[in-house]
Write a protein that binds this ligand. Structure first.
Ligand code: FES
Length: 104
């Protein structure tokens, strides 16, 4: 089964192939914001794929549009609710801008 390592926590989980990345995180108590409930309408589930980006399903136009709204976007940014896991990944959950981080 594919393994996904989440940074910066360094937590690694095994994921059923084809599972949505956001669900894989939430099922393993790894916090990724998802204000719209995984409907590609908020960009709060933005993550940066540090390894395995090319193994993900293609980005839709809607996802690209939503990513335009996200902070700290990188070349390998994706929305976790729109990615299917099919192979090993390393995924960075970006820090929220000051004032929006409710984990402190
Ligand atoms: S949870 Fe809203 S875009 Fe992914």
């Amino acid at each position: 089964m594919p393994k996904v390592r989440f940074l910066p926590a360094e937590e690694e989980v095994e994921v059923e192939p084809g599972k949505i990345l956001l669900d894989a995180a939430l099922d393993n108590n790894i916090k990724i914001d998802h204000n719209c409930g995984g409907n590609c309408a908020c960009a709060t589930c933005h993550v940066i794929i540090e390894s395995g980006y090319e193994t993900l399903n293609e980005m839709s136009e809607d996802e690209a549009d939503m990513l335009d709204e996200a902070e700290n976007v990188a070349e390998t940014s994706r929305l976790a609710c729109q990615c299917k896991v099919t192979a090993d990944l390393v995924v960075r959950i970006p820090a929220k801008p000051a004032g929006l981080d409710d984990t402190v």
